[in-house]
Design a protein around this ligand. Structure first.
Ligand SMILES: NC(=O)c1ccc[n+]([C@@H]2O[C@H](COP(=O)([O-])OP(=O)(O)OC[C@H]3O[C@@H](n4cnc5c(N)ncnc54)[C@H](OP(=O)(O)O)[C@@H]3O)[C@@H](O)[C@H]2O)c1
Length: 275
């Protein structure tokens, strides 16, 4: 049976598709810009008929959604008889996170969870691929400008998120993954300053790491956030992680059988990013 993968142009979706194909499964790739991906189908939340067409005959979905689109998806998936949805969510949605109230990922999980299919929520913390944004900043101004450089994160490689998604989809609905949220981290806690030091060491990139105050971050990062409250939640979270090593979650190793990839590996896997 064919598995639908939404957010087709994304790094995680591409890795999920490759993993499923190499396991012998058929996939259908959906994208908001299908013209950029040979063989992809359209996926336009403003046009429910595109969702109905993309999801026709599908029983499993790897989903990228947000609060404004999750309900539309759930309706289309129920109508199509979908049996399993693996949602790319975020660690910020976790119930024991005091900032979860009002978090868009928590809201998306709740909306997607209303469907009659089995649902699994992948809840990664910081992505190693955030380093791509740093590379843009290095090229533009020779600096990486971030608040709380001493905050500890356990960033995760997109391939590890994809490997977990593939495991859950290959196992299918009706088992241990139904209704579960899997917090996902990389294998080591690192400050952002130490991640930047590895960038410089491994890639040879030359730049200044600028530790922004919270107010400076509000000005510089606010526009990129879906909601102002999201930035406030992030600032409060990063502040709480200064001097506090990030817990390493066991799910990547438990579900994939391999340890999470290190940030050094991510840098080696993406030689062009800082070239
Ligand atoms: N960056 C982090 O540290 C981090 C940590 C935890 C969770 N997350 C979450 O992980 C998700 C992916 O983040 P990302 O930055 O890697 O992905 P991204 O590159 O922004 O997007 C990945 C793909 O998802 C699809 N997409 C993006 N916005 C969409 C929208 N509004 N509606 C439907 N599809 C959309 C796009 O595919 P098409 O254009 O092909 O449709 C895009 O290529 C986000 O929800 C983010 O909040 C990020």
């Amino acid at each position: 049976m064919t598995i639908l993968i939404t957010g087709g142009r994304g790094k995680i979706a591409r890795a999920v598709a490759a993993g499923l194909v190499s396991a012998g499964r058929d996939v259908r790739i959906a994208s908001r810009s299908p013209e950029d991906l040979p063989g992809a189908v359209g996926w336009d939340f403003g046009d429910p008929s595109s969702l109905a067409a993309a999801i026709d005959g599908i029983t499993q979905v790897f989903l990228y959604a947000e609060p404004s689109t999750a309900g539309v998806f759930a309706t289309a998936a129920d109508a199509a008889g979908v049996r399993q949805v693996v949602l790319l969510s975020s660690m910020s949605s976790q119930a024991d996170n005091e900032d979860a109230a009002g978090d868009p990922h928590a809201e998306t999980e709740a909306l997607v969870g209303r469907g009659s299919y089995a649902t699994t929520y992948l809840q990664p913390g910081a992505f190693m691929s955030n380093a791509i944004f740093w590379s843009h900043s290095i090229r533009a101004v020779g600096q990486v400008r971030l608040p709380y450089l001493e905050a500890e994160e356990a960033p995760i490689h997109e391939q590890d998120i994809a490997d977990v998604a593939v495991r859950v989809l290959l196992d299918g609905p009706g088992g241990e993954h139904d209704g579960r949220g899997y917090p996902l981290t990389g294998p080591e806690s690192m400050t952002r300053r130490s991640q930047l030091a590895q960038v410089a060491e491994i890639t040879g990139a030359s730049f200044e790491a600028v530790d922004l105050s919270a107010d400076e971050a509000r000005v510089e990062m606010g526009a990129a956030m879906r909601r102002p409250a999201q930035l406030e939640a992030l600032l409060s979270y990063w502040s709480s992680r200064v001097g506090s090593p990030h817990p390493i979650e066991p799910a990547v190793e438990k579900l994939t059988g391999h340890s999470g990839r290190t940030f050094r590996t991510w840098l080696a896997d993406h030689p062009g990013v800082f070239a």
